[in-house]
Design a protein around this ligand. Sequence first.
Ligand SMILES: NC(=O)c1ccc[n+]([C@@H]2O[C@H](COP(=O)([O-])OP(=O)(O)OC[C@H]3O[C@@H](n4cnc5c(N)ncnc54)[C@H](OP(=O)(O)O)[C@@H]3O)[C@@H](O)[C@H]2O)c1
Length: 337
Amino acid sequence: MRFLVIGGTAFMGPHVVKRLVGLGHEVAVFHRGKTRAVPPAGVIEFLGDRHLIDQHAGALLAWKPEVIVDMVLITEADAKDLMRVFEGTAKRVVAVSSIDATKAYGVLHGTESGAPIGVPFDEDTPVREHLYPYRGKVPGLDDYDKILVEREALAHPGMPATVLRLPMVYGPGDRQRRLRHLVRRMDAGRPAILLEAALAAWRGSRGYVENVADAIVAAALDPRAAGRVYNVAEEPALEERAWAAAVGAAAGWKGKFVEAPGDKLPKALQADFNTAQHLHASSARIRKELGYKEAVAFDEGVRRTVASERANPLPPKPEETDGDAAEEKVLREMGKW
Ligand SMILES: NC(=O)c1ccc[n+]([C@@H]2O[C@H](COP(=O)([O-])OP(=O)(O)OC[C@H]3O[C@@H](n4cnc5c(N)ncnc54)[C@H](OP(=O)(O)O)[C@@H]3O)[C@@H](O)[C@H]2O)c1
């Protein structure tokens, strides 16, 4: 089959492309050319900005993609453009969304009222009532909202969509460097690391990059996924204390985690969200309906991520150096340093 991957050259995208090519499919990527990646042999590269997709629509349509895997659907306008350009020609769209569409995410960050949503929540969990979660908070993401992306993608019976709600994705190439705050301190030889007690017990869904890419490919390949929404997440969602311990084990760190109440901790080590709301999404549906399961074992994914973190160290920022000193002071006062 012919797959057009929009994005496809950073983090998860190259794994999606490689897997599709490995299965014998024809693949093209459409991206701006700002992210350097060497696509596997035979992959066609269309260069352009999705925000100017009309300028490239002729070339993209002439290639006759059957399934569009869109890795960079950020705004409602992105989704409208996508559906307008390909409806009537492509068979299906795979829209990469996020667990941040859920009401639980809003409760977590205090933008939604009400009691915590029970976990694990499935794909029928309510979505946020308040749109634009990053408006005024994250530069460039004022119009970001996966709720609007999902609604638009699912509103075209003439070109069905599959929506994948991704968790926190970790792995080599993660620009968010989700393990760095731990690995940096472990590799500095610190004998102890503080964890806020409430945060230590918090659970959030995660996924290792290659496994998440496999889930995207499973959804792209299977026509039964048309019109369906799937959470992608490791099971179980670990408590932060268990996650931190897994990172410590992969790093070969011999120190100890010390749990303490938030009011005893420096501000930087206090959770800046509502720890009563766990963000544990059930991935039972994609496992049952599409037969998805992780190919890379949990320990191995964490090990590869730690290795990548070590291979690409970043110097500590001034606020991190200050935070390290504040953490050491608290640990000394507790007799744990
Ligand atoms: N990372 C996570 O933890 C996480 C969690 C939940 C959901 N997600 C979702 O997962 C998706 C993929 O994330 P990712 O982190 O793997 O990707 P990414 O690192 O953000 O890569 C983005 C890709 O899109 C291309 N791109 C960016 N802007 C573009 C534009 N205007 N026009 C055309 N191409 C463009 C980039 O190439 P060029 O720079 O060359 O254009 C690159 O290939 C996103 O939709 C994100 O919201 C991610």
